[in-house]
Design a protein around this ligand. Structure first.
Ligand code: PEP
Ligand code: MG
Length: 885
């Protein structure tokens, strides 16, 4: 199929294979709505191929393409019985972007195109409505100047606001035709000043400018950020939809709205949406006027004083309700629909799968199975595993005392606390300094995407449940309270005021996106649990997957959390994390700084009971499930005393002068500690450390046996092995201690010994290493670091350049890289050949990343191990991997 343009009614549509790839989501769905016989204004789609050609052609549209566009326009003219640029009955069009997947608000749209000083009069004549015609023209100048000519929107907004102030009115709808006429003059003046040219009067020039601008918006900063966050390839490009305008701003029998077939915030099966009488689409989305509800029910629940659409336009409401049902049945998913009512006639402008919160995504998927619209398999495949993490985020502890200072709409659930900031750049800056923020804006726009991502939560004073802030926050899983008219924001002074108090930039507030509450100060939160629909979906997922899911945990609390979230074992217990406790760190420092073996043994003796106690607790919680305990791994200097007080404490405990301590610290200094004296190299140099750790494990096991706890089989893991001899020496050490502890207690114990594969040499020499290993666990954090030779701690500084230059599609510390993947495959094959029974797992951060989990599932690993809060994500991702095979 090489037609670059497709009319919505074209028969050729049947020949197109991947219609969404070609026409973009919006175009494909418009075509689908036409097929369903729904009222769609005539139009055509300029395919994504044209966007690709545009970029290849130095961001130009060839004359051939322009000619074809004119031809397509003639089809619309015929259908609408209007003519583009005509002085009697002018056709006005909308030019809207539409990528393969929806990127709400990220790219540009232009409405009312085709208006100029002449056609505006024709439109007024034709409709006998001068006010409407002038209002449309000023909207067009405003939008076109912003999107195509690059003039900041506030120049125009300020003019309107000042004019309203002088006239003493509040709303745009209070302005009449003469007011708009004056403003149009002022707008054109701004254009002339800024561009040194008159506002374009030639309608074809306008059209060309608009199409190019939509294509160019594919490469805008905000679209790029959105693509990066959502892993959308830049080659896709966007389609452009050119469609005859229908008008929601012709008077009180006109309206425009956005409606979801189910409630996007909680998933309830009820129509949920907003509309504005006498308005155009951007008024709803931009939040310049706070819209009214669609249904009586929603009105009642929010105790809104304005009338719902069900009451003001009952006929159109009934028709809309019917259409929503048709669309949901057809797409077998919740839909997000845009519509316009022109002189009481309903027109459908767009339908797409609605963005929803993670909680409602789960509820909707489970409900659709109940309603027999989709299968369990489809339900499992529909949920984005990464989105589940937000369901596990803490909610406000209702028992704690809270000081509610205002309320808004519960736009995106979850609780978040942080410092108040009034700009996205500030949110990003503080995020870089690991500080939590709440982004407070009158309303957000696509320019705020980076700030919304950086902030922990978003609060706006304007806009409804479908405003930009609400939609984007839900998509990102950020808590959001929108449209709080109770707060008054002053950007200049960096404060917001409520009726009784003033909140400054930097003050801490909490927002509760589930109830809309704004609270002063930080509020304690509670851990959620997996129950209801979430638990149902997870159970379905568990039936589909083969891969086991373990967790990385070393404290009883984390272990318990992970078990509650469904972990089937511990895949990595980093024992060094147990050393940082205040009670223990001094003994650890004694151990490191001791010059003699005896002194070291003395310090280790003090550590033994602590380690043993931790292991007992963890083994108890794991109740028979496997536990991989890794012996000490990081470079010792991480534990060294850093400040004067710490040095003094160690000096007293060890009876060494502070000078001696300082010189010992200097001795231990390494230029490249990540590649230094760490991992099993410590076990080789100081076997007594590993001996103590093994003893703690075995004695804990014996304690559990004596106390008749359900026994676990510990898997003792040696870190950073690169050669056969290393693992052999370490295995002998483990066996020796096991034998000793068994003899001392006259009790037999079972255990396994294995290694991490986290160095390229270990992967390549896996046959030899496997001779001495019961299991391999891929430590992909270090394996990525050592394969690339990129420091995992410093890569953040230049990774963005690598992604920008398309050297990496994605951060290799997040998703397993191909080259690292090949090393894993080599190790796996060689390991299995040597030892058929070898257990294989992964415990790097990649163990919680859905794409990497897919890779591990395909390779046939036994398990992935991830942090406790990623366990449900991994359970779902593993099921999806299996279902996609
Ligand atoms: C790894 O390297 O992947 C790993 C799990 O170990 P750590 O992150 O503790 O170095
Ligand atoms: Mg490691």
């Amino acid at each position: 199929m090489n037609k670059l343009f497709i009319n919505f009614k074209s028969k050729e549509i049947k020949k197109i294979k991947n219609i969404k790839n070609y026409l973009g989501g919006k175009g494909a769905n418009l075509v689908e709505m036409v097929k369903l016989g729904l009222p769609v204004p005539p139009g055509f789609t300029i395919s994504t191929k044209v966007c690709q050609i545009f970029y290849k052609n130095n961001k130009n549209l060839s004359t051939k393409i322009l000619k074809d566009i004119k031809k397509e326009l003639q089809v619309i003219e015929k259908e609408s019985k209007k003519k583009f640029g005509d002085l009697k009955n002018p056709l006005l069009i909308s030019v809207r972007s539409g990528a393969r997947v929806s990127m709400p608000g990220m790219m540009d749209t232009i409405l009312n195109l085709g208006l100029n000083d002449q056609t505006v009069l024709a439109l007024a004549n034709k409709t006998s409505n001068m006010r409407f015609a002038k209002d449309s023209y000023r909207r067009f100048i405003q939008m076109y100047s912003n999107v195509v000519l690059g003039i900041e929107g506030y120049y125009f907004e300020e003019l309107i606001e000042n004019f309203k102030l002088t006239k003493g009115v509040l709303l745009d709808t209070d302005l009449d035709e003469n007011d708009w006429d004056g403003l149009i003059r002022d707008f054109k003046e701004v254009v002339k000043n800024k561009t040194k040219k008159d506002f374009p009067q030639n309608v074809f020039e306008q059209l060309l400018g608009a199409i190019s601008a939509v294509f160019l918006s594919w490469e805008s900063k905000r679209a790029k950020t959105y693509r990066k966050l959502n892993q959308i390839p830049s080659e896709w490009g966007t389609a452009v939809n050119v469609q005859s305008m229908v008008f929601g701003n012709m008077g009180s029998d006109c309206a425009t709205g956005v409606v979801f077939t189910r409630n996007p915030a909680n998933g309830k099966n009820e129509i949920y949406g907003e509309y504005l009488i006498n308005a155009q689409g951007e008024d709803v989305v931009a939040g310049t006027r706070t819209p009214q509800y669609i249904t009586k029910e929603a009105n009642k629940n929010s105790s809104s004083k304005k009338q719902s659409m069900e009451e003001t336009m009952p006929k159109a409401f009934i028709q809309l309700k019917k259409i929503l049902r048709i669309l949901e049945k057809h797409y077998r998913d919740m839909q997000d629909v845009e519509f316009t009512i022109e002189k009481s006639k309903l027109w459908m402008l767009q339908t797409r799968s609605g963005k929803r919160t993670s909680r409602s995504a789960v509820k909707i998927a489970v409900d659709l199975v109940k309603e027999k619209l989709i299968t369990k398999k489809e339900a499992v495949l529909r949920i984005n595993p990464n989105s589940l993490e937000t369901l596990l985020h803490p909610t406000l502890d209702e028992k704690s005392e809270i000081n509610v200072i205002g309320k808004g709409l519960p736009a995106s659930p979850g609780a978040a606390s942080g410092k108040v900031v009034f700009s996205s750049d500030e949110a990003e800056r503080l995020n870089g300094m690991m500080q939590d923020t709440i982004l407070v804006r009158i309303e957000t726009s696509p320019e705020d995407i980076h700030g919304m991502h950086a902030a922990k939560g978003i609060l706006t004073s304007r806009g409804g449940m479908t405003s930009h802030a609400a939609v984007v926050a839900r998509g990102m899983g950020r808590p959001c309270v929108s449209g709080s008219s109770e707060i008054n924001i002053n950007y200049e002074e960096k404060i917001f005021k409520t009726s009784s108090l003033e909140v400054k930039e930097g003050d801490i507030i909490t927002i509760d996106g589930s109830t809309g509450r704004i609270i002063l100060g930080e509020v304690s939160t509670v851990k959620p649990e997996i129950s209801g629909d979430f638990s149902k979906l997870m159970n379905w997922a568990d039936k589909f997957r083969k891969l086991k899911i373990r967790t990385n945990a070393e404290t009883p609390m984390d272990t318990k959390t992970a078990r509650d979230f469904g972990a089937e074992g511990i895949g990595l217990c980093r024992t060094e994390h147990m050393f940082f406790d205040e009670e223990r760190i001094l003994s650890v420092r004694e151990m490191i700084l001791s010059k003699t073996k005896e002194k070291r043994a003395n310090a280790l003796k003090k550590l033994l009971p602590h380690q043993k106690k931790d292991f007992i607790e963890i083994f108890k919680i794991m109740n028979g499930l496997p536990v991989t305990v890794r012996l000490l791994d990081p470079p010792l200097h991480e534990f060294l005393p850093k400040n004067e007080k710490e040095i003094n404490d160690v000096s007293n405990a060890l009876d060494l002068s502070t000078k001696e301590i300082q010189s010992r610290i200097a001795e231990l200094h390494e230029h490249n500690p990540m590649l230094g004296h760490r991992g099993c190299r410590l076990g080789i140099s100081f076997p007594e450390i590993y001996e103590m750790q093994c003893r703690a494990i075995f004695e804990a096991l014996i304690y559990c046996k004596k106390n008749k706890f359900k026994l676990i089989i510990p898997e003792i893991m040696i870190p950073l092995v690169s050669s056969e001899v290393e693992i052999k020496i370490m295995k002998d050490l483990v066996n020796r201690i096991a034998k000793k502890v068994q003899e001392e207690n006259k009790i037999n114990i079972n255990y396994l010994v294995g290694t991490m594969i986290e160095l390229p040499r270990a992967a390549i020499k896996a046959s030899e290493i496997a001779k001495h290993a019961d299991f391999f666990s891929f430590g992909t954090n270090d394996l990525t670091q050592t394969t690339f030779g990129i420091s995992r701690d410093d890569s953040g500084k230049f990774l963005n350049d690598y992604i920008e230059n398309k050297i990496f599609d994605i951060d290799p510390f997040i998703t397993i890289d191909e080259g690292v993947g090949e090393l894993i495959e080599i190790a796996l094959k060689k390991g299995k050949k040597q030892n058929k029974k070898i257990k294989l797992g992964i415990c790097g951060e990649h163990g919680g990343d859905p794409k990497s989990i897919n890779f591990c599932s395909k390779l046939g690993l036994n398990y992935v191990s991830c942090s406790p809060y990623r366990v449900p994500v991994a359970r779902l991702a593993a099921a999806q991997a299996q279902l996609k095979e």
